[in-house]
Design a binder for this molecule. Sequence first.
Ligand code: ATP
Ligand code: MG
Length: 365
Amino acid sequence: MSKVKVVNLVKKFDKTVAVDGISFDVRDGEFIILLGPSGCGKTTTLRCIAGLETPDEGEIYIDDRLVNDLPPKDRDIAMVFQSYALYPHMTVYGNLAFPLKMRKLPKDEIDKKVREVAKLLRIEELLDRKPRQLSGGQQQRVALGRALVRTPKVFLMDEPLSNLDAKLRVYMRAELKKLQRDLKITTIYVTHDQAEAMAMADRIAVMNKGKILQYSEPHHVYEKPANLFVAGFIGSPPMNFIKASIVEKDSRIILDAGFFQYELERELGEIVKREASGSEVVIGFRPEHMILSKERGANSVFQADVYVIEPMGSNIIVDLKAGEYLLKAVTSPAIEIPPPGQKVWVGFPLEKLHVFDAKTEKTLI
Ligand SMILES: Nc1ncnc2c1ncn2[C@@H]1O[C@H](COP(=O)(O)OP(=O)(O)OP(=O)(O)O)[C@@H](O)[C@H]1O
Ligand SMILES: [Mg+2]
């Protein structure tokens, strides 16, 4: 168990700024996830923490100790990579024992530890097999086991589930979360899969272009995204966005999207007016918060054409055309949706409405 603190970390490769001054802390036993699109600097951040890259600026602390100048082997960190890189010629037992042999532990102690970890990961029956005789999920568990045998202070995992098929990935993410909870090893996990991050993390650091845009609990990142990028990155299908202008009419504040006008409550309107850098904003609402109805209802805001209906089993995704936009709504199969080509009323509860500054992309409400 350990805490980690990263302060103003910068890492450049020639002219590429891979990590652009990020800071975050990880509490003792916490499971945090670095989430962001390809190339945003996730792996580079992990490699700096592991000591495999030298930062250009910034400090890395493990348990309040500055480790910048400490070689990787002395940081007491275990890292699991996307490719498990098991030793193909060794058995599972050999793979698990390897890190301990390197540390010259006595044979009986190695044996005890290997069996303990194998039991924990439920791979006891596989100890005599070679990696190629294992399924993807089993190989994954062996790779985890190899990182675990040393009981490191900190666990770093770089997209460890990305080689698995969708079903196994969903299964393994629960297993991994349970394992982390049980062992209470401070963990920094990297993924570009927002669903994985939402499902597993105590806190998510949403990254883009080498920066952390928001660092918070999953529900908070989902409900109160700090800006347009986070709002669009978290959630599936993603949040719908519509451009609008702030218009004042008789001291009322209205968001004008062209094909509809939306009057804001006085207080919210004042906030938007005060905080916005100009008059251009972006309205956001999530597919799962949209209310569709054949007849105009209390929440109705605009009318749209039903474009496609995608039955998903437990819910329905309705693709809608409104103005120049293609919007996605998620509804219950119990709700009657007019067939494609017909019109439907669209609404959303005020408390689920997001408004962003079009220029700065910051959240206004
Ligand atoms: N060794 C390197 N030499 C030069 N550029 C690098 C090197 N490693 C990473 N980069 C660049 O730094 C940026 C960040 O890369 P990084 O691998 O950290 O991204 P990532 O978030 O892990 O992406 P992915 O999700 O694709 O794995 C990218 O622009 C990448 O091309
Ligand atoms: Mg990476």
